[in-house]
Design a protein around this ligand. Structure first.
Ligand SMILES: Nc1ncnc2c1ncn2[C@@H]1O[C@H](COP(=O)(O)OP(=O)(O)OP(=O)(O)O)[C@@H](O)[C@H]1O
Ligand SMILES: [Mg+2]
Length: 294
């Protein structure tokens, strides 16, 4: 007679224990989902903030442009005009400082406007063409030093993105490479395909990047250049352009030896197909099999 309730009680106990263990596991899973959701929410808030900061910055830059142009022009006039002899030495010093600072503001405004003015049409284009256009845009800067520009394109893939923004990004990276080379040196431009992404790079044998500043490189306004020589917005904008277009950016550097700035860009659908086909041919498969293989 006692056996049945005992069995029932035992079953009940095991059920409770099992329930408790199940509940604990469910609570743990819930906790981790909540944590993940919070993380995603924080990221969304951050990107929404960044997007509105971008729009606001472009608007502010536009408004600043005219007054700063007037200040800069008048300062220049005072410094170089026919009444310069009326200025004391300390007034000249002050005006030089005003000029230097307004030049800095002008450079920052130009950077922000350049970035916000570019069209945002996504299309397929050859990445090497964007690199070569950036080289042409920088021809004056490149010839200002004794530089050898070498190419090592092992692939010429077509990528999907916003061409003029990608070109602007290469202008920034090549500009940094030129600035990193004191007087003479070599810049190597290259492109290859890796893991279904196009990897384009700009390598220089310049001064390299000290370890202690590497974490700050993509922060807005971080620069090691003299006032008037750099805004510190170049890499920040590169990072923003790539993040918006499904790409990645990184810099490998050895102090005293040089730096390689690389970017990964999504291949266009046709290039992905061609890559899969050539891989398939390499492995003796037909392209359908290779394409369906992750
Ligand atoms: N190829 C490179 N070699 C050495 N240092 C580099 C290189 N690229 C970037 N850096 C370092 O990273 C800093 C930030 O670069 P970023 O392009 O953002 O700004 P900047 O070049 O200083 O200013 P701007 O781009 O407006 O001219 C540079 O000041 C420099 O210290
Ligand atoms: Mg730069």
């Amino acid at each position: 007679m006692l056996v049945v309730p005992f069995v029932l009680a035992r079953w009940g106990f095991e059920r409770i224990v099992a329930d408790a263990a199940e509940k604990a596991q469910m609570a743990e899973e819930l906790q981790s989902s909540i944590k993940e959701l919070k993380f995603v929410q924080a990221q969304l808030v951050q990107s929404a903030k960044l997007a509105s900061v971008g729009t606001l910055a472009a608007g502010v830059a536009h408004e600043i442009n005219n007054p700063i142009f007037a200040i800069s022009g008048r300062t220049e006039l005072l410094l170089r005009g026919k009444n310069r002899h009326l200025l004391t030495d300390s007034a000249v010093d002050d005006l030089e400082t005003i000029k230097e600072m307004t030049d800095r503001i002008t450079a920052i405004v130009r950077r922000i406007l350049e970035y916000s003015r570019t069209s945002d049409e996504t299309a397929d284009f050859p990445v090497n063409t964007a690199l070569e256009s950036a080289v042409s845009l920088l021809s004056a800067k490149l010839t200002s030093k004794s530089l050898e520009v070498e190419r090592e394109f092992t692939a010429s893939p077509s990528v999907r993105g916003i061409e003029n923004q990608i070109q602007q990004m290469f202008v920034n990276l090549i500009g940094n490479a030129v600035d990193a080379i004191p007087e003479w040196g070599k810049i190597t431009l290259g492109c290859k395909i890796e893991d279904d992404m196009a990897v384009a790079y700009v390598k220089d044998n310049g001064v390299g990047i000290p370890k202690d500043i590497r974490e700050k490189l993509f922060e807005p306004f971080f620069t090691t250049k003299e006032p008037g020589k750099g805004t510190g917005l170049g890499l920040f904008i590169c990072h923003k352009i790539l993040a918006d277009q499904g790409g990645e950016i990184g810099l490998d550097s050895k102090q005293g030896e040089g730096t390689t700035a690389w970017v990964k860009l999504p291949l266009s659908a046709t290039t992905s197909g061609d890559t899969a086909a050539s891989e398939a041919a390499h492995w003796g498969l037909n392209s359908d099999t290779a394409q369906s293989t992750p």
